[in-house]
Design a protein around this ligand. Structure first.
Ligand code: PGA
Length: 253
């Protein structure tokens, strides 16, 4: 499997001109890089500007609503995303949980809607600093997965990508050490294997995210448990982001 590198621009940049410049610069530099899958998740307003059909580059959304259409002011549906050429959707990012009161039940609805629209969900799970200190991160991951994957069957779960993103590592400059990431990913695999089957558990694509940059990306990418990276801040700098993509292209799968 090719490594997957996902750039989550979050609420950046502030103008369309800057967004286009960043996107075009990545698009240009990526042309000759092989053996990596790259996804850019810009804010909704820029998504339709970028359209589909870029060589080596897919588009993702940072969030979604769970209904197809209707009287839901301010929301964007999975079908709308599909229609403008989006292939991936980040679901349950910790910033959605933290600032917009998104619960595991809401995330479950979003996951199902994304899957039935034929889009690929990137489900984020991860513990807070407090949970990490209390050494209850395993319990938290188990709980998140059990609620988020409720009523999702074996065929459906096989389409999901899961990103382990400890909250204490996001945007803090304190990345989670690779061996700790590996522990959590093995736990995720075990939970999926027990709930579905060993084959599904082994095959599911798992990412790591949290303060990844070009200086530390290599240590994650060479770990065979880690199928790719979810990158926030470093994806806003095309040179930095391309450096990470190049590192990923050197991984032998
Ligand atoms: P960061 O964000 O790379 O800026 O830590 C990662 C994320 O939130 O997905």
């Amino acid at each position: 499997m090719k490594p997957l590198i996902v750039g989550n621009w979050k609420c950046n940049p502030t103008t369309q001109e800057k967004a286009e410049r960043l996107f075009n610069s990545i698009k240009e530099k990526i042309k000759n890089i092989k053996n990596v899958e790259v996804v850019i998740c810009p804010p909704f307003v820029y998504l339709s500007k970028f359209g589909e059909g870029h060589l080596g580059l897919s588009l993702g959304s940072q969030d979604v609503f769970w209904q197809e259409s209707g009287a839901f002011t301010g929301e964007i549906s999975p079908l709308m995303l599909k229609n403008i050429g989006c292939s991936y959707v980040i679901v349950g990012h910790s910033e959605r949980r933290q600032y917009f009161a998104e619960t595991d039940e809401i995330i479950n609805k979003k996951l199902k809607a994304v899957i039935s629209a034929g889009l690929i969900p990137i489900l984020c799970v991860g513990e807070t600093a407090r949970d990490f200190q209390k050494e209850s991160s395993k319990k938290i991951i188990k709980k998140q997965l059990s609620f988020c994957l409720r009523d999702i069957n074996k065929a459906q779960v096989s389409t999901i990508i899961i990103a382990y993103e400890p909250l204490w590592a996001i945007g803090t400059g304190l990345p989670c050490p690779s061996h700790k990431v590996e522990e959590q990913l093995l736990l995720i695999r075990k939970i999926i294997s027990q709930k579905y089957s060993t084959k599904v558990g082994q095959k599911i694509k798992l990412l790591y995210g949290g303060s990844v940059d070009s200086s530390n990306a290599g240590q994650y990418l060479k770990n065979p448990e880690i199928g790719g990276l979810l990158i926030g801040n470093a994806s806003l700098n095309s040179q930095e982001f391309i450096k990470i993509i190049k590192l990923a292209s050197l991984v032998i799968s």
